[in-house]
Design a protein around this ligand. Sequence first.
Ligand SMILES: *Cc1c(COP(=O)(O)O)cnc(C)c1O
Length: 376
Amino acid sequence: MNAEAPRPVSTPTAVEGVRLREALSRLPAYKAGKPAAPREGLTTYKVSSNENPYPPLPSVLERVREAAGEMNRYPDMSVAALTGAIAEHIGVPVERIATGTGSVGVLGQIVQAMCDDGDEVIYAWRSFEAYPIVATVAGATPVPVPLTADARHDLDAMAAAVTERTKVILVCSPNNPTGPSVTTAQVEDFLTKVPAHVLVVLDEAYLEFVDEPDALDAVAVHQAHPNVAVLRTFSKAYGLAGLRVGYAVAHEPVAQALRQTAVPFGVNSLAQVAAIASLEAQAELDVRVAELIAERTRVQSGLAEQGWELPRSQANFVWFPLGADGTAFTQACDEAGLVVRQYGDDGVRVTIAEPEANDRLLEIAAAFRAQHGPVR
Ligand SMILES: *Cc1c(COP(=O)(O)O)cnc(C)c1O
């Protein structure tokens, strides 16, 4: 999802003669992520989509190659083997797992299962760009609640935003694109202020990169609250972004509803085998994740030494809250061969990638400060 923040676009309803849904005219304009443009004598890096820089593990690739020989067959519609493997991995009954085409797909299933036209979906802003899109497409009303000044969820304000129409609250931890995570204590306190019929979704797309000791234990919170679901993905730490597979951990009535709203055969056979093989290769993947966490720590301390005061990221990216200076920073990165992600006048997000790409970021950031002064 690479769309700019909500900006209405005109939909050519009258011209075509058909009448498109009015909700579609409220969608943010879609802005496709661009590949790194080749630069003379320079390796370029796409650090704009929070992808895993490592290529697929050989063991995973081998299983996908084998499965590719049977692509004339439909995948297992019930996703039984993968669902079983996930349930075992997490330690919950298999009935509580629902899969989808990436966690964005599962999020769509959640909103479809929960919201009638005009029902409200509360989320922090800025947060994941897919939230307003998924809510709007389903006919729900997006209710963005501003982050605090230090780029964290304002859970009190989010609880205060609940109305009779609220059906879903999304909590993104660590938050994309700003990086901080919430704690279990904060979420437990938040849940005392939220009606029990509202589904609280803890989106943990970057869970594996979290290293704070008091970090959110979303599955434990889920176990204790029937209205809490957890959203996870194979796209980031597991490096399967191109295969589209994610899942929710939800109590049975909700998980069942997510299976009802799933696209039939949505999780394809290659995605199913790759995800299973990835869970089996957990130890190997953990090594890669540990290296990315070490790189994040190195980058964050390097930037702090340069004088940058950035939010503490618990994910595989760093956030530069540059305001309008983000344009100049994005351009400086672009010229140096780093394709980064600018979010309007809020800031710039840069994915932690190969050490060479991270070195490049540190160089650009130092030069930028030297030229522009202490912007933030
Ligand atoms: C990347 C991301 C996802 C995962 O998307 P997929 O559809 O699983 O690739 C979900 N939530 C957030 C906050 C993300 O940044």
